[in-house]
Every structure is written in C-alpha cells, then in structure tokens.
Design a binder for this molecule. Structure first.
Ligand code: G6P
Length: 608
C-alpha cells in the first residue's frame, strides 16, 4: 500500500527520493508525489499513475535541495487524482506532509477546521494533519507534530517538513511502519527498508506513538509525551541487489526461481540429524510453555493464510496438538475462548498486515501466547509476537507471494516436527523427516526445470476464462493457493476446491471450456483424486494434473501432466505448489498483465 521515503543529507535529494520510490513500487499504488526543501523554499509535485509519470513531470525542474519527502499513494479516501496525491500542505504552504494509514476521526477534525475558516484542497483524510501541524507550530516542529498526534485517531506513519525548519524532517508513527536509516552524512526514513538499502544497512525502528527528528548529522527519537528514547541501530541483511531483477523479466519469476535458496535459508543451521530434531533459536523465550501447548490457532491473510491451512494438516500429522486456522480479518469478530496453554501463530511475510497485527493483539489480550513466522526482521508483527522464526528469504517484491509461501511451509514443518519429537514421534521418524526436509531444495530445482513444459500448458489454456483447482488433504489449501495465484496476476476467474466437494456444486460447471488443475501426488488420498479426475473427464472437462514422476496410470486419463519428485506426504505441498505458481505466471505473461503490480492489489495491506 502507500509508501514513504525521506532523505536529508549532503547530496541532492531529488534523485535519491525518486529511486527510493521506485523500490517501493511493488507495494501497490496509484499516484505519487515529492517535496524538496532548499533553505526556506519547498518545491513539490505530484502525478497520477506510475512513478515514471512523476519523474517525467519533474524532469525539467531543477528542484534543488538536500532534504525532502516522497510518497506513493494507494487510494483510500478519494479517487487517485493529483489533488488527492501526497504531499498535502497547509493553507500557507509552510507545512508539507506525507501519510500512510487512515485517520479515522478526520471528518470531525475537518468539520472543526472548516468552521474556523479552513478550506480543503483534497478529499483525503491526510490534509487535516497538515493544517493541524501548521496551527500548533510555534517554532518547534516536534512539539507541533506531538500535539497533532494527540488529536489523531487511527493509524499513521507520517513525514513532515516545514519551511521555517530547513534541513530537518520529522517522522512519526502509530500503527503504520516507519524505519530510520543511518547513512554516511545522511539520514533516511521509509515505510520499508527496501527503499533505503542502496544507501545504508543500518536501521532504527520507530515504534508506535514515537516520533523522530532527522538531520544530515543526527537523529533523535522521543515519545508523544516528549520522553527521549535511546535505541541502538540494527543491521539488515538485505542487499541492494536483492531488489534487482538480475536478468529475470519479473520479480515474481525471479522469486519463484529463488525457492531452492529460500527453502535452504529456512532450514540452514536448523537441522539436527543426530537427534532427529530441528533447532529454532527464536522460540527459546517461550519454549517451556510451547512444549506443554495443546492448542494452536494459526492466523494470517492471503497466501500466508493458505500456508497456515497446510500447517494445520502438518501439525495434526506430526503432533498431538489441536490446531485451527483463522483468517485474521475474521478472527477478532469471533468469540473465542482460548483453552489454557494456547499458542497463536501469526504468519506474515511483511509483518505489517493490519488484520494479522490486530488479531494477535486480540489474542494477547485474551491470554494466548504468541509466535510469529515473519520475513521482515523488526516488523510490527515480529516485535509484537516477541518470539518466533524468521524466514530469512530476502525481500519479496512481486505482489503475488511465492517464495515466502514455501518458506512458511518449511518453517511450519520444522515447528511441527520439533513439537512432535517432544510428543510421540520416534527418533527414526524424526531423522526421516529431517532427511526429507533437507532434500527439498534439490527437489524444488527439479520442479523448476519443468518451467518450459508448464509454459506450453499455459499456452494451451490461457484464454479460458474459468478454471477449477482441486486437491485433497494437504493439497486442498494448495488448490486454493493455485486459484488465488491465477486470479491475482492474470485476472482469470478460478476457484480452489476440496476435491471431495466437487460433486456438491462445481461439477455443474465442468465442460470442455473449463480447465481443471488436479493435484494428485501418490499420497493417502491418491485413489480418490483419480476418481475425481475420471468424473471430470467423463464430462469432457480438460484436466491438467500434478503427479509424482512415473505415474503412468494418470497419464492415460489426463490431458496434461506435470511430473514432480516424491517426498513425505506432509512435505508434498512445498513441491506441488511450484507448478501452479509457474502456470499462473505464464498465463499472466501471455495475457500481457502487469505481473509484479497487478491492478488494485497491494503487497502489504496496512489498513483493515
Ligand atoms: C497481500 C499480498 C499477498 C499476501 C497477503 C498477506 O494481500 O498481496 O501476497 O499473501 O497480503 O500478507 P503478509 O505480508 O501478512 O504475508
């Protein structure tokens, strides 16, 4: 969703800010804007559409200045127009503000300001912030931002510059991410470290109800009550080249092909063959209660939710724990009684998804213990959970999540195996599982070597406008994830179904125009999947199947076959999902879709 990037230092800000905005493009946006300060002068511009449009607009404007703020907007209040794009400014054009999040009481604040004679230039909730800061400013910008923060309800990450405070930027947050970057002779701030990694890997996370004032030389953090905060810098392990395409046409394809490495990163240093047990340092703070735990609730959104859904089957297979999986967006509306010793596991790539964050806060309030499985180090969910496991998968830029999904499945398998070994699993079973997990990166490479044949299957079917994905047990959530991938990036309508439910409805849709993707590795539900495939074939529906290598029986009935290596049943989804990611990718490419930035979608959904 919206992105923030700020720079103050010894270099011209314009190029650095535009470059930073481009690194945030993947979050999803519909307009962009920039404001540059030079002494007491501030120049600004905004454009609807891509950052290249803003870049074109300002290409012949000098916009000199060594400090500035820039923003990508994903419309919430008011259409994506230039007037609604950030930065927003006060009446006298002294204060310029960019904002991520939603100000829930903006109508009330706006009405109050209007009765005092203020007029508004936009339909946004953000503009009230600029007016309030201008009203409260009497020489101290931090103080003006503090007084404004007290008035605001809702969520925000903001960055503010003022004509009378040259060479300084004030940033503040409540609920929306903001990270400070400590560079050489400069400071940066951004909603996402990927906007800063070209300049520094030293970061400081701002927490809720804190603000910071940045200059080229230093920065200081304080709370909304003006209490100074000392916080040391952290080093991020993301490299600038992680955010480059490196010869791939799209980030999504690059990330699909990174999966041997990202799964390896998820298991590196975590497999103990001798004990048949994984080692997960991040759960040490809660280990004593975790090993007693009898109930787990997994909460997540989107693709992470489907990873959680597979996780439920894995925990049920390897442990004696009761597991439920909940959509984070619904979780807080449920009246849940947590049994004693319940753990809530939040799965989130970004660590910033608003619904997942709200769900774990609700769970904490009700006495559950928390664990996070998060990719972004230091993110809100990672901090709130306090304990958990990082994916260490590097930035995921493609809006459609791929490499994080398989990484999440790997980590859930490790967690379940660890708990299982403290329940009833034997050493032999533990070692067998460890061996199978260790073999996954090599097997993923084998699946990826099928990319060309999967592209050929996409060529055959990409013009079909309705698809069905079927799976059972571990592969039921994979059917849903396969359908989601296709929808997200190709805009083809697809449904993921439990194959056993097919006869209760979807079979009515089967005809020669609707392809069905059936996930049928040789597992405990294989025979039942074969029957479902036959039912579709007898109604002349084309069937693409994902099977284990050497499955000659299915070849006779299916139209197209994707053969993947075999593994333990509970690990199958880590391999079966990859052909579906590729199939979605190639269909979208044939349809000339904007694959890394599909329409209306955002990478990180930071509003509820
Ligand atoms: C958005 C993204 C999805 C992602 C979901 C959850 O919808 O487009 O790819 O799966 O958010 O995000 P999270 O960062 O919490 O995993």
């Amino acid at each position: 969703m919206c992105g923030i990037v700020c720079y103050v230092g010894d270099k011209q800000a314009k190029g650095i800010l535009i470059e930073g905005l481009k690194q945030l493009e993947y979050r999803g946006y519909d307009s962009a804007g920039i404001a540059i300060q030079n002494g007491n002068a501030i120049q600004f511009d905004r454009a609807v559409g891509r950052i290249s449009e803003l870049e074109r607009k300002i290409s012949d404007r000098a916009m000199q200045g060594k400090s500035g703020i820039a923003h990508t907007r994903w419309a919430t209040h008011g259409e994506p127009t230039e007037a609604n794009a950030h930065p927003h400014r006060d009446r006298d054009e002294r204060v310029f503000v960019i904002h991520n999040g939603i100000i829930e009481n903006y109508r009330l604040l706006k009405k109050r300001l209007e009765t005092k004679g203020y007029s508004f230039r936009s339909e946004t909730d953000t503009e009230v912030i600029a007016h309030l800061i201008a009203i409260y400013f009497h020489g101290d910008l931090c103080e003006a931002v503090r007084k404004t923060m007290i008035q605001l309800e809702g969520t925000f990450g903001i960055a503010v510059i003022h004509r009378d405070v040259p060479g300084k930027i004030v940033v503040a947050r409540r609920g929306s991410p903001l990270v400070i970057g400590v560079g050489e002779n400069c400071h940066l701030a951004a909603s996402d470290v990927s906007a800063m990694v070209r300049h520094t890997n030293k970061v400081v996370h701002l927490l809720d109800n804190e603000l910071a004032i940045l200059s080229a030389e230093d920065f200081s953090i304080s709370t909304v009550q003006a209490t100074p905060i000392e916080r040391s810098t952290e080093i991020v392990d993301w490299q600038a080249e992680d955010a480059e395409l490196n010869g791939f046409p799209h980030f999504m394809l690059k990330e699909i092909f990174e999966q041997p490495e990202t799964v390896r990163n998820a298991i590196r240093g975590r497999l103990d063959y001798a004990e048949g047990i994984p080692r997960l340092g991040g759960i040490a703070p809660v280990w004593d209660s975790l090993k007693q735990c009898r109930h787990i609730v997994i909460v997540a959104c989107g693709t992470s939710y489907y990873a959680g859904y597979v996780g439920r089957y894995i925990f049920e297979k390897l442990t004696d724990i009761d597991v439920s999986v909940e959509l984070a967006s619904e979780f807080r509306y449920r009246r849940i009684n947590f049994a004693p010793n319940t753990f809530v596991i939040a799965l989130s790539q970004s660590g910033e998804t608003a619904d997942t964050l709200a769900a774990i806060r609700e769970a904490k309030r009700k006495g559950a213990s928390l664990l996070g499985v998060v990719n972004v180090v230091g993110s809100s969910i990672a901090r709130e959970a306090g304990a958990g496991v990082y994916n260490h998968a590097g930035p995921e830029i493609g809006v459609a999540s791929t490499k994080i999904f398989t990484s999440q499945l790997t980590i859930l398998s490790l967690l379940a195996l660890l708990l299982g070994r403290h329940h009833s699993l034997s050493l032999t079973e533990g070692v067998e599982a460890i061996r199978a997990i260790d073999a996954l990166p090599g097997q993923i490479s084998k699946v990826l070597s099928l990319a060309h044949s999967i592209e050929a299957i996409a060529e055959k079917y990409y013009l079909k406008s309705n698809w069905l994905f079927l799976g059972r047990k571990y592969n039921y959530p994979i059917a849903m994830e396969g359908a989601l991938k296709l929808k997200e990036i190709s805009y083809i309508h697809a449904e993921g179904y439990a194959a056993g439910e097919m006869k209760h409805g979807p079979i009515a849709l089967v005809n020669p125009e609707m392809p069905t993707v059936a996930i049928a590795p040789k597992d405990s539900v294989y025979e039942k999947m074969v029957s479902n495939i036959q039912e579709i074939k007898s109604r002349r529906g084309p069937v693409i199947v994902v099977v284990n290598q050497g499955d000659e029986d299915i070849k006779e009935i299916a139209d197209d076959v994707i053969e993947i290596p075999g593994t333990l049943e509970f690990l199958n989804p880590i391999l079966t999902v990859i052909p579906l990611q590729l199939l979605a990718y190639y269909c979208a490419r044939l349809l000339h879709r904007d694959i890394d930035k599909p329409r209306n979608l955002a990478k990180s959904v930071t509003v509820e």
